[in-house]
Design a protein around this ligand. Structure first.
Ligand code: MRU
Length: 362
């Protein structure tokens, strides 16, 4: 996608493979800053504090983390240790484990002298595949939006949650890819962007990237979603996922489940855009998905831009009030209208997923 008119991905390697550059997403929307990661520890830190976030981008960053580790030590023990540390940084998004396991499967059979170049090539391949998958998700999701447009005419109102746009991936995004495809095809779309407390990925990141592309949108408080659906102001909900179990249960940003409940009650279609690496065929149901518990400080404090243009953090809650911060929830498959994948759209069921990914089913 474009930042200030320049084609940009969320992560890219330096030409000499001495590091990678990322967009520091903790600074958006008020500052657009790049950050260089030169060691695997810096890659792990960037994932942990959410300079990079979103399931596919976490996976891509972990892959480059292993490439950075291979710059220093290509031995089996070192790679295994780095892989274990990277997997621990964020537990819910399965793309992280997927990318790390793919890197190890590629590197360990090779002679140690061949591993460094292979690691950089494999991480780049993971990134390129992510971009292609997201473009395909965009094409399939576009047809859903086009069908709504043909049925009702006028503007198609899409609601999304968190940020599953290009900032959450290497490029294009998952849930937002169909919206970009529709917008670029000349279909009038308007996006309800829920702020996504406590980290505000909707208000800060989705709003920022939609602005960059010129897509009409409105930021809402998370609590407004049900009301808008009840009033008929939402034609379609599309969200992303951090992990989809083999039965179609969906783990995504906290608050997704409430949107699915409201959509179900109001007869609004609720789609989840999900690339293959986000489906965990090893897990029978969503009950087994680990839910990341993040710092209470993300709930008790908030960062924004003060009147002088400086970033400032303020406290929201009284001194002494404890806060809890489960970062994801699980939406049961029965509330999901369908999964938009790079291979097409399927029901959120074991059979639906098996039909699109037969090679994953034993
Ligand atoms: O905590 P985050 O910002 O990493 O959570 C991101 C989400 O929940 C996204 O919806 C999900 O990763 C899909 S990204 C294409």
């Amino acid at each position: 996608m474009h930042v200030h008119g320049t084609p940009t991905r969320t992560i890219w390697p330096l030409a000499d493979c001495s590091g990678v550059e990322i967009i520091d997403q903790t600074r958006l929307p008020h500052r657009y800053e790049l950050k260089r990661l030169a060691t695997w520890q810096e890659a792990a830190e960037a994932i942990g504090v959410m300079r990079v976030r979103g399931a596919p981008l976490i996976g891509a960053t972990a892959a480059y983390g292993l490439a950075l580790a291979a710059n220093a030590d290509t031995g089996d023990a070192a790679l295994h240790a780095v892989a274990a540390s990277l997997i621990e940084t964020r537990p819910t998004a399965v793309n992280l484990r997927w990318a790390v396991e793919r890197m190890l499967a590629k590197l360990l059979p090779l002679a140690p002298t061949q591993r460094r170049d292979a690691a950089w090539a494999e991480a780049a391949a993971i990134c390129d595949e992510d971009v292609a998958q997201n473009q395909a998700i965009g094409r399939h999701g576009l047809e859903l939006i086009r069908a709504i447009r043909q049925r009702k005419g006028g503007t198609v109102n899409v609601m999304t949650h968190c940020n599953a746009g290009w900032l959450a991936t290497v490029d294009w995004g998952t849930a937002i890819a169909p919206i970009y495809a529709a917008f670029d095809a000349g279909i009038a779309v308007d996006v309800w962007v829920s702020e996504t407390r406590p980290r505000n990925q909707g208000a800060a990141l989705t709003a920022w990237e939609l602005n960059q592309h010129g897509v009409p949108h409105t930021v809402i408080a998370d609590n407004a979603a049900g009301h808008l659906m009840q009033k008929g102001e939402v034609d379609l909900v599309i969200v992303g996922a951090d992990r989809v179990a083999a039965n179609g249960d969906v783990a995504n940003k906290i608050g997704t489940y409430l949107k699915a409940l409201a959509a179900h009650d109001n007869g609004v279609s609720f789609y989840v855009a999900v690339p293959g690496p986000t489906v965990d065929f090893r897990l029978a149901s969503g009950a087994g998905i680990p839910i990341e518990q993040r710092s209470a400080r993300e709930v008790t404090h908030i960062t924004g831009r003060d009147p002088d243009g400086e970033l400032a953090e303020v406290q929201l809650t009284p001194d002494g009030s404890p806060a809890a911060n489960p970062a994801f929830d699980v939406t049961p498959a029965r509330l999901v209208t369908g999964l938009i994948t790079e291979r097409g759209i399927c029901k959120a069921t074991k059979e639906g997923l098996a039909g699109l990914y037969p090679e994953q089913v034993k």
